[in-house]
Design a protein around this ligand. Sequence first.
Ligand SMILES: C[C@H](O)[C@H](O)[C@@H](O)C(=O)CO
Ligand SMILES: [Mn+2]
Length: 425
Amino acid sequence: MSEATEKAYLEAKKLYAKHGVDVDAALAKLADIKISIHCWQGDDVQGFLFRDKTLSGGIAVTGSYPGRASTPNELRTDLDAALALIPGKHKVNLHAIYADTDEEVDLDALEPRHFKGWIDWAKANGLGLDFNPTLFSHPKAEDGFTLSHTDPEIRKFWIDHCKASRRIAETFGRELGQPCVTNHWMPDGFKDTPVDRWSPRARLRDSLDEIFAEKIDEQYNIDAVESKLFGIGSESYVVGSHEFYMGYAMSRGKTVCLDAGHFHPTEVISNKLSSILMFTDQLLLHVSRPVRWDSDHVVTMDDELLEIARELVRGDLLPRTHIGLDFFDGSINHIAAWVIGVRNTQKALLRALLEPIEQLKQIEVEKDYTSRLALVEEFKSYPFGAIWDHFCDQAGVPVREDWLTQVKTYEKEVLRKRGQQSVMQ
Ligand SMILES: C[C@H](O)[C@H](O)[C@@H](O)C(=O)CO
Ligand SMILES: [Mn+2]
């Protein structure tokens, strides 16, 4: 560590200690938090199974930054490059379309062996894996309906795909010694106001019940369900709404997934965490950033990210929350996007861990709202950056923006040599 970094760290530590904040304990907690890094930022949600299919499902990637991964090996090499710039040991979140196989296999016939390359790589790198069935970018999802489709044949195809996905996830969990979270998200919905809101939801409920009827040990696989308010082409009605999945998860013992970009523009997920975890065991987060119509911009250190982190820390909700990221930006360096998103999420958690929580809670109980506001505001400018620099240094990853130099070198030596691909979706 440079002398200046060390000095700044020791000075900062003294300031926090004045308020009874144990910086070492905060850093130990931070080191234990795994972030699930979504593989799909690395290739603009293209996957490897259906290379000629364009992205569907009411989500979109814009931008054509050169060098996106187009093979499993390239994607893993890119993830290696990003992970080298991120402190701690994490998880990687795969979608079914990222199968590593030369076989021509459809989604309903996928098996754990099609993901052997990922399992071997995760094992070698001490990483966990999470999973998602892919219910989009496929001919059988072309009219925007999957598990709630009116055609029983199409529903069966997607039910079989989700069943296959849970078996793959179970293998991930068993092989890697840590549970795999399998998140079920599907785009089903109508562009315009439907006449019948009930029937698609009844069909979705029944399809999910059939998928989850197969017992899989929760030690290896945790099932989550992700709602959405609207997508492109499903502006008026989404079958899997927030209320639908709240009810479904609560009644079936499943895990709710909250995506920060899936609610009304002024509605925030930070205010939902304590309510949901009051009544369920676990929660999955898709940390993202909505911007107007888009739910998936790269995570920045904005107010909502900080508030999510504070809720998790102040409510002691971290042990019951799986933190995943979900964004895809094709207009910037794909590796930098991962690094920015993960490091920001970690930094927000550190800021929350460095707050004098007991003192603030006591002040609130005493109804001294003036001191509450004053202290919370003052703590926003406490020198958490010096503590973060120390954490990065101890973890052997670049301090501050030094990581960008490595990304630029990687771009020059690896990404630019892959050639210019057109990725505008
Ligand atoms: C690719 C993911 O499954 C997708 O982003 C989903 O999680 C989502 O948020 C869709 O809007
Ligand atoms: Mn999501």
